[in-house]
Design a protein. Structure first.
Length: 426
């Protein structure tokens, strides 16, 4: 179970209340599970209306426990209007030691309304890569990856697996090169993105169950793939990584240099705008998988940049957040090394980036809040008692207007836990 969810390293809590007293938020005294108390009940001033510091984790619940031998964790998290949430990822059982995909609809308490493991028995290296929700009937769409291929999965509101399609078979004719890693649902179609000899985006008609290609662009020399797809109300945003150097030499494989491609489309799949991001040169590798609309005609992208005088690249260097906008874009980079961004969430004051940082070889959960101009407002990191590694992996706004995030904790080859917490960030 995730421990220490209401505190962070270096912060000491003070309390003047006895064990039987209820803490009183707003009395300028830190009590009980409060992490701050500035004497008022106003958010946005560094201490929230519930007396929590920005980024402090509360109401943490354990969802799954694993053996720590695989990629135990969460790939996607979607909050529902009633306070529940749908999450998915991978978990490793100890007997037999296989990594299995999981997807579930959970109450705010962590109790599952339903929980599925859609992979076949004795299939290793399975995971859920992406989620999308049809808000009209609470149906869930997911991309499942397992040894031997990928599937599109459809689950109804009660948790019944209604259908699964082999992705290559959705194409006419079947296409074994199709690789889907991202989903976005609109009022008219389910959109997919990934790679098919290059960056690819397609439209799946949920009524006719027909998949058509809307965008397919192959790079001149090296591989390219879409890493994120997001719905912005009246347009779609596509994010891709474009490799710019070889990924191997002889028997040695390594991280190639790379840059980012962002493309905006209308809801018919017609291109509106594009731009390339990241520093040029063989000494720079830029990756990103966080993508959200900013609500003001732009898009926010979160990723990580490796910079080495001589590749191959080792530890990540700078966390990177970019606002893509026709006239008012900006870029923020972390001023400390070894920050990795796994997801983004837009807030009323700006954007929240979350992931992990590397400290003495161990991963610690990390997040940062930026304002509307890209200036940092606060930054927090968190190590979990009893585990070697902690990651913040995905985030989604809760109906209570708090940020719900999913985290994974792991001691390699020994134990792992997947949890969800709430945090006040305004």
């Amino acid at each position: 179970m995730l421990q220490g969810c209401s505190d962070d390293p270096g912060m000491e809590e003070q309390s003047s209340a006895s064990d039987s007293d209820e803490p009183i938020c707003g009395n300028a005294v830190v009590e009980g599970d409060e992490t701050c108390d500035d004497g008022n009940l106003v958010s946005g001033d560094g201490c929230s209306a519930t007396c929590q510091l920005p980024g402090a984790l509360v109401e943490c619940v354990t969802l799954l426990e694993g053996a720590g031998t695989g990629s135990d964790g969460t790939q996607s998290l979607l909050s529902m209007d009633d306070g529940s949430f749908i999450a998915a990822g991978a978990i490793t059982a100890s007997t037999p030691p296989l990594q299995d995909a999981w997807i579930g609809h959970f109450e705010a308490t962590g109790s599952p309304r339903w929980l599925l493991h859609p992979s076949s028995e004795n299939i290793d290296a399975a995971t859920i890569l992406a989620l999308a929700i049809d808000e009209t009937d609470a149906n869930t769409w997911a991309i499942a990856s397992k040894y031997g291929g990928k599937q599109l999965i459809h689950i109804d509101g009660s948790g019944t697996l209604e259908h699964d399609w082999s992705l290559p078979d959705l194409s006419d004719p079947p296409d074994e090169d199709l690789n889907v890693t991202a989903l976005a649902n609109t009022d008219t179609a389910l959109w997919m993105a990934g790679s098919k000899g290059g960056v690819w985006m397609g439209r799946f008609d949920t009524k006719t169950q027909q998949l058509s290609t809307s965008f397919n662009e192959a790079p001149a020399t090296y591989p390219a793939r879409a890493t994120a797809l997001a719905y912005g109300g009246d347009s779609l945003g596509l994010l891709a990584v474009i490799e710019t150097s070889p990924s191997s030499e002889g028997d040695q494989s390594f991280e190639p240099s790379s840059k980012l491609l962002f493309v905006e489309f209308d809801l018919d799949g017609e291109e509106i705008f594009r731009t390339e991001l990241g520093d040029e040169g063989e000494s720079v590798a830029t990756h990103a998988q966080g993508l959200v609309p900013d609500g003001a005609g732009g898009w926010l992208i979160g990723g990580t940049q490796w910079v080495e005088e001589v590749p191959p690249f080792s530890y990540p260097r700078n966390a990177l957040v970019v606002r893509v906008h026709p006239s008012e874009g900006w870029e923020w980079r972390s001023d400390q090394d070894n920050r990795v961004i796994l997801d983004l969430a837009r807030s009323t004051r700006g954007v929240i980036a979350l992931g992990y940082t590397i400290v003495d070889g161990s991963e610690q959960g990390w997040m940062v809040g930026l304002d509307l101009e890209g200036a940092p407002l606060w930054e927090r990191q968190h190590a979990t008692t009893g585990y070697e590694h902690t990651r913040y992996e995905a985030a989604s706004w809760d109906s209570s207007e708090r940020l719900r995030l999913s985290s994974s904790t792991r001691t390699t080859s020994e134990k792992a836990s997947v949890a969800s917490c709430l945090t006040d960030v305004e």
